[in-house]
Write a protein that binds this ligand. Structure first.
Ligand code: PLP
Length: 376
């Protein structure tokens, strides 16, 4: 029993916008560089399977995910091509790598050894730590890096690193990007000089493309996440004007009921909101269990019948309240838009993130399993 897809709270995916963004991003890259979309965290809340299915139609053949189960989910849905796991896979789960033909990142020297002694052939990408200090073999450990080619069971199909200040515009941020790129390029050169070839290289995420003017090299793949979904991590007028990206996701819910309150009444848990005059409020079928942040209690906004209205009171697990006094004819069954358009107005994921004090990546990737996802 699945019920009406738009019965409670749901996500609409604009697949035309997804195609548009993929093409725009590809245009910013050299021809030899292919997109390797990050479809981790359920494609940033958009739904990994529907998103990857759309990307297959565009001829995209490389994907990255965070974990082996995320990769397995894509394979079970029939997604072909290379699926790279960016994060750690526990050795107890190495069988999943084999079973679903997933490419594992080597997260450090010891991990390379563990993968190499698994006993079966595995495709891997070697991660290089060029200064973020999260995952990867440190760039200065050149002997350890070379050792990875000695494990006969490892088929090394890629070498990559990750930039940690590419979203920043200060001169410190930009010179750190240059430093990381130089370390990465030196590593690539060192390996090629030793006759180790046949691996693809990748360095950029979304901001490595959008702020890509600092980079000097070109790579085979680009691990693009947030920008592919038509969203920036934080609002930036400059980037919005420079690039034509269109948001793929809308978040909507139903108004369950509308009621009138007298001046001086409280509403919701803890009576955390009070009326100062007669108000009309609506209970809406969206809550923090759906990923709508509880920090937006008395702070967030929605669009109802093309009018911007505030979230009032505390966001509950499954519901929240809106002050809809300004909305003529509002009634039970109306749509409330939390991300997306309603008539002339729009709330972007960036706006929700700014109100919640975080980045859009967190807002989108937290959108819950309970939301129905549908292409429009
Ligand atoms: C998530 C992730 C990406 C994608 O990042 P965006 O900024 O969303 O484009 C790229 N590379 C790695 C290693 C990641 O973890």
């Amino acid at each position: 029993m699945n019920g009406n897809e738009k019965g409670r709270a749901w996500i609409e995916l604009n697949t035309r916008h997804l195609h548009h963004n993929a093409k725009q991003l590809q245009k910013l890259l050299p021809d030899r560089c292919s997109l390797m979309p990050a479809v981790k965290a359920d494609a940033y809340g958009h739904g990994a399977v529907p998103v990857a299915e759309e990307l297959q139609k565009l001829g995209i053949r490389n994907y990255c995910v965070a974990s082996a189960p995320e990769g397995a989910e894509l394979r079970q849905a029939g997604i072909r091509g290379q699926i790279l796991i960016l994060g750690y896979t526990d050795p107890a789960d190495f069988d999943l790598l084999r079973e679903f033909n997933l490419t594992q990142t080597i997260v450090d020297e010891n991990y390379g050894k563990a993968l190499g002694s698994y006993g079966r052939k595995l495709p891997v990408h070697v991660g290089i730590d060029t200064g973020m200090h999260r995952l990867g073999v440190p760039f200065s450990h050149t002997d350890s890096i070379k050792t990875m080619w000695d494990y006969k069971n490892l088929r090394i199909t890629g070498l990559y690193s990750h930039l940690c200040t590419s979203d920043g515009l200060t001169s410190e941020d930009r010179s750190y990007v240059r430093l990381q790129e130089k370390r990465f390029q030196d590593t690539v050169k060192m390996l090629r000089a030793e006759g180790r070839n046949g691996f693809s290289t990748h360095l950029q995420g979304s901001y490595g493309i959008l702020n890509g003017d600092v980079l000097t090299g070109s790579y085979d793949l680009a691990r693009v996440g947030i920008a592919l979904y038509g969203v920036l991590s934080e609002p930036s007028e400059e980037l919005e004007q420079r690039y034509d990206l269109k948001p793929v996701l809308s978040l909507k819910a139903r108004i369950a009921c509308v009621r009138e309150l007298e001046a001086g009444e409280g509403a919701g848990y803890g009576l955390a909101w009070h009326t100062d005059s007669r108000r009309k409020i609506a209970a809406v079928t969206l809550g923090y269990a759906d990923g709508y942040p509880r920090t937006l209690s008395n702070r967030g906004h929605a669009l109802v019948r093309g009018i911007r209205v505030p979230v009032v009171g505390r966001v509950c697990m499954d519901q929240l309240l809106l002050d809809v006094t300004q909305v003529p004819d509002v009634r039970s069954g109306d749509e409330a838009v939390f991300i997306g358009r309603s008539k002339k107005l729009c709330i972007r994921a960036e706006d929700v993130a700014a109100e919640a004090g975080t980045i859009s990546n967190e807002i989108l990737s937290a959108l819950g399993k309970r939301l129905r996802r549908m292409a429009v």
